[in-house]
Design a protein around this ligand. Structure first.
Ligand SMILES: C[S@@+](CC[C@H](N)C(=O)[O-])C[C@H]1O[C@@H](n2cnc3c(N)ncnc32)[C@H](O)[C@@H]1O
Ligand SMILES: Nc1nc2[nH]cc(C(=O)O)c2c(=O)[nH]1
Ligand code: SF4
Ligand SMILES: [Mg+2]
Length: 240
């Protein structure tokens, strides 16, 4: 069963969340059920690159990964768009596992798929108010309960923070799911710029301010505060 693919790239480092720094390849699928105001991957869902979408069989994706990454990788991250929309990713996960390749997933937690239980490093990234999206907590509760009962790998929550309301949202999320490791990630509000020097200075400032705020919280004790590491290295460049 074919999958809509927009990018296959790497090896690079995972720049975000629970396996930050890990050497990985990326497969970016097309299509999203959200439209976050600050999405840094709008091209996956805004129609601007619909002609570039390739419909690929899992074997073709594996071959493309091997062609790009050679024998230099053992980890693949599925991102998008929302890969959680695609029931047929199941086959790709099995195929990669057959090759002893670990599989990570980036999804916002708006949809469940049975293959989530096979993912080695699963990041749920529910969206705070600044995104303009509304979390369906019935769905998120179901996903987290299912993962807690059945998942073979690790999973975590990751919230991108732009403002006070977002931090408040993340605080409530931590109270709702205290047993799930929570990552807070600096929001990039300069997704169009190609001035990397200014961008890095700006994002470092924001990282420091986010750290200060989290230090003052009596609820956010058990959290990890991270930059979006790849943007500090390569700015808004794609495919890295
Ligand atoms: C592009 S999304 C694709 C996966 C999935 N749709 C999701 O949102 O989790 C990958 C990650 O990038 C984060 N992200 C998107 N735009 C961002 C921005 N402007 N600043 C920081 N993180 C961002 C998302 O929150 C998500 O954690
Ligand atoms: N290096 C790197 N790390 C990432 N972590 C999450 C990414 C994404 O866009 O999903 C991403 C990405 O695009 N590049
Ligand atoms: S859910 Fe992810 S891919 Fe979809 S719009 Fe939001 S950040 Fe972008
Ligand atoms: Mg990204």
């Amino acid at each position: 069963m074919k999958l809509p693919v927009l990018e296959i790239f790497g090896p690079t480092i995972q720049g975000e969340g629970m396996v930050i720094g890990r050497k990985t390849m990326f497969v970016r699928t097309a299509g999203c059920d959200y439209s976050c105001s600050w999405c840094d991957s709008k091209f996956t869902w805004d129609g601007s690159e619909k002609d570039a979408i390739q419909m690929m069989e899992p074997e073709e994706i594996r071959d493309a990964l091997l062609e790009k990454g050679g024998d230099h990788f053992g980890h693949v991250t599925l991102s998008g768009g929302n890969p959680g929309l695609l029931r047929q990713i199941d086959e790709l996960v099995d195929l990669l596992h057959d090759h002893q390749i670990k599989v990570a997933l980036e999804t916002q937690g708006s949809r469940w798929q049975d293959w989530f239980t096979k993912i080695d490093d699963l990041t749920l990234s529910p969206k705070p108010p600044s995104s303009g999206m509304k979390t369906n907590f019935d769905t998120l509760d179901f996903i987290i309960e299912s993962l807690q009962q059945e998942q073979q790998g690790d999973f975590s929550l990751k919230v991108v923070i732009f403002d006070q309301d977002d931090l408040h949202y993340a605080t409530n999320l931590h109270l709702r799911y205290p047993a799930v490791t929570l990552y807070l990630q600096v929001g990039n509000d300069e997704i169009e710029t190609d001035n990397n020097e200014n961008l890095v200075g700006h994002l470092l400032d924001k990282y420091e301010r986010l750290i200060d705020q989290v230090m003052e919280s009596s609820v956010l004790k058990d959290v990890r505060v991270l930059p979006q590491l790849h943007t500090y290295l390569w700015g808004n460049k794609r495919g890295v």
